[in-house]
Design a protein around this ligand. Structure first.
Ligand SMILES: [Zn+2]
Ligand SMILES: [Zn+2]
Length: 243
């Protein structure tokens, strides 16, 4: 079936409209897979048509075609076939012609333009925030990254470990020496010891010091890891920066 077949069937239908055909606001011909379908929006008489009125107007199509009335809670659609071309007449429930806010709730995108796709968060709530589809996609990607990232899981586990070992989930770190052998550079890093008898400037690890003490071959790498730990300590589980 071609587009012209569909157009011819539509012309035949409208030229000699059968009694069971309700008033239609406008018709559209569209490709549906490898076939063409013709859809008409039921004339709502300037939005005055109620849902019950729509059912009454679509009823004769159903009686005539024997095809079930589709109702997905949003659209009511009556289908029939004319000259072997699938047709339908649809009605959008007035209660679901939601008021669309001027702008996306999370970015400056204006929602009025016909090419701007948007979604309502939550279901069945007219007051739920409306966001543009790119924002929705960003939120979903962020959520997935947050909850499935190995970094997030590892960070959470180490915070629990540190809380148990040091009494703080985000202790301060320092480079340290595990032995006094005249080495110029620290051979380890570890949480800052808060023991009263441990002199704050003393980088040596004593029995008073909390675990874990991490020995590293390179003090340069040790310095970097200490900075990484400090930088990462303020990342929240929500993915933002905490104070
Ligand atoms: Zn947006
Ligand atoms: Zn100590």
């Amino acid at each position: 079936m071609s587009a012209s077949t569909a157009a011819a069937a539509l012309a035949a239908l409208t030229d000699d409209a059968p009694a069971w055909l309700p008033p239609v606001d406008h018709w559209e011909t569209a490709r549906d897979g490898d076939r063409w379908i013709v859809s008409g929006q039921l004339d709502t008489d300037g939005d005055a048509l109620s849902e019950a009125g729509a059912y009454r107007l679509l009823g004769p199509i159903v009686e005539q075609s024997g095809q079930k009335l589709d109702d997905d809670g949003r659209l009511i659609r009556a289908r029939f076939t004319h000259f072997d071309v699938p047709f339908d007449v649809w009605f959008l429930r007035p209660v679901l012609r939601w008021v669309v806010p001027e702008r996306c709730a999370t970015c400056p995108t204006k929602l009025g333009a016909p090419d701007v796709k948007f979604v309502r968060l939550g279901s069945g709530d007219q007051d739920a925030p409306v966001i543009c589809v790119p924002c929705r996609d960003r939120m979903q990607a962020h959520w997935v990254a947050l909850h499935r990232s190995p970094l997030v899981a590892a960070r959470q586990e180490v915070r629990e470990l540190l809380l148990a070992e040091t009494g703080e989930a985000r202790p301060a770190w320092r480079q340290s020496f595990t032995e006094i052998n005249g080495d110029e550079h620290p051979n380890a890093f570890s949480p800052v010891c808060t023991d009263d008898d441990h002199e704050p400037g003393d980088p040596t690890v004593y029995s008073c010091c909390p675990d874990p003490v991490v020995e590293v071959d390179s003090h340069v790498l040790g310095a970097y890891l200490v900075e990484l730990l400090h930088a990462d300590a303020h990342v929240d589980a929500e993915g933002g920066e905490s104070a």
